[in-house]
Design a protein around this ligand. Structure first.
Ligand SMILES: [Zn+2]
Length: 114
């Protein structure tokens, strides 16, 4: 059970609701970095986050696209799409690259170019 947004980003599966009922404190403050698998390094690395709001359904709900850059190798292949509702106090992942839980499996896919 995640206790903060960083743990939510690192460990939750797609569509699994992070529901702390305390998102009133959350003012779109994303963590500076999360530890997730880097498809270049092939290991869990600290990734610097670059959040962008891509859709706003109402004033306090919407979708963020969050770009992650590996602090080890600079690869920028990590992405999260997060749907949130601040009034109701929940958020969930609508998408993630590389897929959550696939860390051990190195798949052949084109590298994301800069
Ligand atoms: Zn890396």
């Amino acid at each position: 059970m995640a206790t903060n947004v960083k743990e939510f980003l690192e460990s939750y599966a797609l569509y699994e609701t992070f529901d702390p009922h305390t998102l009133a404190w959350w003012k779109s403050d994303w963590p500076e970095a999360v530890n997730v698998p880097c498809r270049s390094c092939g290991d869990t690395r600290s990734h610097r986050l670059w959040p962008t709001k891509v859709a706003g359904f109402t004033l306090d709900s919407g979708v963020y696209m969050i770009h992650g850059t590996c602090e080890q190798c600079g690869n920028n292949g990590v992405m999260f799409w997060v749907e949130y509702n601040q009034r109701e106090g929940w958020m969930r992942k609508a998408g993630q690259l590389p897929a959550a839980g696939g860390a051990a499996r190195r798949v052949l896919e084109p590298a994301v170019s800069q």
